[in-house]
Ligand binder design. Structure first.
Ligand code: FES
Length: 166
């Protein structure tokens, strides 16, 4: 347990341990370098989203300004500040995907799930998000669901993917 863990924190022991292990990759005086993964650990344990108190706890744990953590969380789409469904679907609509039919794919997700972007299905299963380039342009159109990429999408593939997800 690090000195920081021994101080009072609202992060769980499991998250603190995961962060401590991750921080071994960085010089001791550069703890803030691990902030993105630390936020991911906290988010995953909290069911996929970050509360303000969790963000504050991560900032305090890494001895960095809370505002810097808020800036990171509000910049990257991989962090959520509201409750999300079990599966978060990120449909890329950036240039390569757009030229290869991402509008059709996004519309199909909306129609199948009966929700708009940034909404969650009533059963809490899916949240739909639109996102910028996910660096898989050669397989456009594509989407990310949780941590997995689905590429060269068609409406038929979307149907098959949704049928597979519990
Ligand atoms: S434009 Fe969609 S992955 Fe790059």
């Amino acid at each position: 347990m690090t000195e920081a863990t021994q101080r009072k924190t609202s992060l769980s022991p499991r998250v603190c341990s995961a962060i401590d292990r991750w921080l071994t990759r960085y010089p001791a005086d550069q703890k803030r370098s691990g902030v993105m993964q630390a936020l991911m650990f906290a988010q995953e344990e909290n069911g996929g989203w970050l509360t303000t108190s969790l963000m504050d706890a991560v900032a305090d744990y890494l001895d960095m300004p809370r505002i810097a953590v808020y800036e990171i969380v509000s910049f990257y789409t991989l962090y959520n500040i509201h409750p999300v469904g079990r599966h978060v679907i990120y449909v890329c609509t950036n240039i390569s995907c757009m030229l290869n039919g991402s509008d059709r794919i996004l519309s199909h997700f909306k129609k199948r799930l009966e929700i708009d972007c940034n909404e969650t299905t009533i059963d809490g299963k899916f949240t739909l998000r639109e996102t910028e380039c996910l660096a898989a342009c050669t397989a456009a159109p594509m989407c990310q669901i949780n941590k997995k990429y689905y590429e060269n999408l068609t409406t038929e593939k979307v149907d098959a993917i949704l049928a597979e997800l519990e």
